[in-house]
Design a protein around this ligand. Sequence first.
Ligand code: IPM
Ligand code: MN
Length: 364
Amino acid sequence: MFSITLLPGDGIGPEVTSAAVKVLKTVAEKFNIEFNFKTELIGGASYDKYSTPLTDEVLSQCYSSDVVFLGAVGGPKWENLPHHLKPEAALLKLRKALGLYANLRPAKIYNSMLSYSSLKEEVLKGTDVLIVRELTGDAYFGEPRGYDEQKGFNTMIYTKEEVERIARKAFELARFRNKKVTSVDKANVLEVSQFWRKVVIDVHKDYQDVELNHMYVDNAAMQIVRYPKQFDVILTSNLFGDILSDIAAMITGSLGMLPSASLGSKYALYEPVHGSAPDIAGKGIANPIAAISSVAMMLKYSFQMDKAAELIENSIENTLTKGYRTKDIYKEGDKLVSTDEMTDKIIEEFDKLFAKEAINVFTL
Ligand code: IPM
Ligand code: MN
């Protein structure tokens, strides 16, 4: 049995979390395992009830479960709160408290989505990038930080240990892919990046089977939209990774398609990258694919259920191939579906693929 803390959060968070749970329940039934769910408040939803975006109780609940699934946090309602009470502060605190230093954001293009991106088909075809973003350091957490009437400041800082562990993670993940890591920094200007590059080169000595190259972040931003196929694993720091992963989301056609895993040495959190999208919240039109794809990542990285993960990915692909689209990825001639309908279609495909698979196993 695996225990999963659900943090639906704000905006479309609860809707896409329901979709994720529905898929997890199907997986449990088919693979004959048990998931134990516990739902807690985070972000604005928590603030409204407890005057804090993350309570100690919820944090200890996260510590005591196998994994965390998070929907989204934030919204205009809470925008003017002081920094430490904003919904986003909960997410940052959770990342730090659970030691989730490695953020994996895979951006690949499904064939049936090729004409949906703002990028040209010939640029996109065959693209499959994994961004490995450091998640608990950099200007996000560096001290000193603050602002007064005259100045504002943050500190970009990385320790050797922090760079080493994220670099190892990237090289190890690359070994299961196309064995190529591009480390992205700003070493032509920033000392912290010169240090980053030096440590990455050192760590690489243990991974000679993986190719390593380096790229400045401004150039990387351009290369992602110019010729994304050149990338396999992109290894980068927290702030650069935040920006580059939104750019990379456009490879998939919509931010509504991008899943993520945040991994530490002990804990793991899975969340769609898209955020709370308050403008469409509660309408039942949100795209559940990023959330469902995050479930696939959970099965793969936390539960070692690679087969189930693969079936989910293939179910998403088949559903898209059949022309079903939520509003964010809809074009004339497509079959427009709601969040729930899309989820059910994906589950239908999953059932079919599972049945086929079971026959294969049986006849082998
Ligand atoms: C992300 C988000 C967060 C970040 C915000 C909500 C704190 O943009 O996960 O990319 O900046 O890391
Ligand atoms: Mn971001």
